[in-house]
Design a protein around this ligand. Structure first.
Ligand code: HEC
Length: 433
């Protein structure tokens, strides 16, 4: 099988490959948790703001949520640097190729992130200024959420495309890469994870004493709000299981193995007891709702880690053949480089031992870059020069010592003050030979 993969950059990795892989998984999980809370928070803030038009307590809640969003957003960005750098290091040829294939969308991440962040700040810091113009305020919030939803889709399209060089020749820009099998199911799985993790985050957050002091909700209201988030976490988990199954069947078989399958199902099954406890919290008739919170969190963190490992295993499997092909190309390249270096050494030796014709080395070193033997390149070809200077090597010497300007569409030839008359004569004779 041939893949359109480039060769690798022949540089040693800065750390053992296994260590980089572990760091990639860990740093990615940390990053994605904050991305989930950023995106989910933005969506919740929008949702509560709309609900707040009728029930004012939700407006207060929307404002509080928004305060967490900007913090989570900063964390998501900072924590995204490490996995991005490690991906670039471990999968340079694949990742650069897929980034180039969706080039403009990939570059658009930068302005889109800037605009999304500015909108998030406007949404949060001008809250009280906008509160009487709800259309504008909700509009800003909606635009911010839309951008937070769209940016991860670009990332996902890229990291998916990088896995399948088989598709590279067919891909025509971002949208065609986005429509490859598996991207959209994976994206839905991601969005429901964002709702799930941010709901759980807000269950914890809205239970803190400082939150209670700030919002001054009655105990009954606080309970309603925590149930509200638990209900979303519950629904998102169900959706997560279904979208996970769709992802599973739509994953291209290249990366599948029994190990990956077992990990995926094990990770997914951790959600089942969590569902049960969340249901208990939602349907509990009494006042307390967070009896099981630490257990639920532990299960979901466990599921996240297992899924992170499975994701990495899948990537390694999918890329295995390409990695072999890339290694081979890189080895060929290194061999070609070694050959050229060897040849250069031989030329140098021949110069010292006088094995080359006189003038040949001087020509190769000084003139050959611009004068091909039969084709006009930067300067005229040797064939052309021979016509003008046949039997007249001294003429070439004269020209080279002070080149003129003859041909309208070529550059001016540089001078060669470092070459003495004897060497120039040898070069000229060689050129006319
Ligand atoms: C950086 C490119 C470059 C290098 C290196 C170079 N040349 Fe040239 N050479 C030119 C160009 C361009 C012309 C055409 C200039 C013109 O016609 O105005 C030219 C023209 C010539 C001509 C034809 C002059 C004529 O009367 O038509 C000779 C002879 C020549 N070069 C000899 C040499 C020799 C000998 C060397 C090496 C010592 C050399 N060149 C290195 C670019 C180069």
């Amino acid at each position: 099988m041939t893949f359109p993969v480039p060769r690798d950059i022949p540089l040693p990795l800065p750390a053992p490959e296994g260590l980089l892989e572990v760091l990639l998984i860990v740093s990615f999980i940390v990053h994605i948790v904050f991305v989930h809370m950023m995106l989910g928070g933005s969506l919740f803030s929008l949702f509560c703001q709309i609900k707040g038009l009728k029930i004012p307590a939700y407006e207060t809640l929307a404002y509080k949520i928004m305060q967490a969003v900007t913090v989570n957003k900063s964390m998501a960005v900072v924590m995204g640097v490490a996995p991005l750098l490690i991906i670039n290091t471990l999968y340079a040829p694949q990742f650069y190729a897929s980034s180039a294939l969706i080039g403009s969308a990939w570059m658009a991440v930068i302005p889109l992130v800037i605009v999304a962040f500015l909108l998030a700040y406007a949404h949060k810091f001008w809250w009280h200024r906008f509160v009487n113009i709800p259309e504008l305020h909700i509009g800003i919030s909606a635009l911010e959420s839309a951008l937070f939803l769209f940016i991860p889709l670009i990332y996902m399209t890229n990291v998916n495309l990088m896995l399948f060089p088989e598709y590279w020749p067919e891909v025509r820009g971002f949208f065609s890469a986005m429509l490859l099998p598996n991207v959209l199911p994976r994206y839905l799985h991601f969005v429901s994870a964002a709702i799930l993790f941010s709901s759980l985050f807000f269950v914890w957050w809205s239970g803190r004493p400082s939150f209670q002091e700030d919002v001054k909700f009655s105990p009954g209201q606080s309970l309603v709000i925590r149930r509200f988030f638990y209900a979303f976490a519950f629904g998102a988990t169900i959706f997560q299981i279904f979208s996970g199954l769709i992802v599973f069947v739509s994953l291209p078989p290249q990366g599948m193995s029994w190990g990956v399958t077992l990990l995926l199902f094990f990770g997914g099954s951790l959600a089942l007891p969590a569902l049960r406890w969340m249901w208990a919290n939602i349907s509990h008739p009494e006042n307390s709702v967070d009896d099981h919170f630490p257990r639920i969190i532990a299960l979901f963190i466990g599921a996240l880690v297992v899924m992170g490992v499975a994701r990495h295993e899948y990537r390694e499997n999918a890329l295995h053949d390409h990695k072999v092909a890339i290694a081979e190309k890189t080895a060929n390249y290194m061999a070609a480089v070694a050959e050229v270096q060897e040849q250069a050494k031989l030329v140098e030796q021949a110069r010292h031992t006088g094995m080359e014709e006189p003038g040949e080395t001087g020509f190769k070193q000084n003139c050959a870059a611009c004068h091909h033997h039969s084709l006009p390149t930067v300067g005229p070809s040797l064939e052309e020069i021979r016509k003008d200077y046949a039997g007249n090597p001294a003429g070439i010497v004269r020209w080279t010592k002070s080149p003129g300007k003859k041909r309208a569409n070529s550059m001016q030839m540089p001078g060669f003050p470092q070459l003495g008359d004897a060497e120039l004569l040898a070069i000229s004779k060689f050129m006319l030979d």
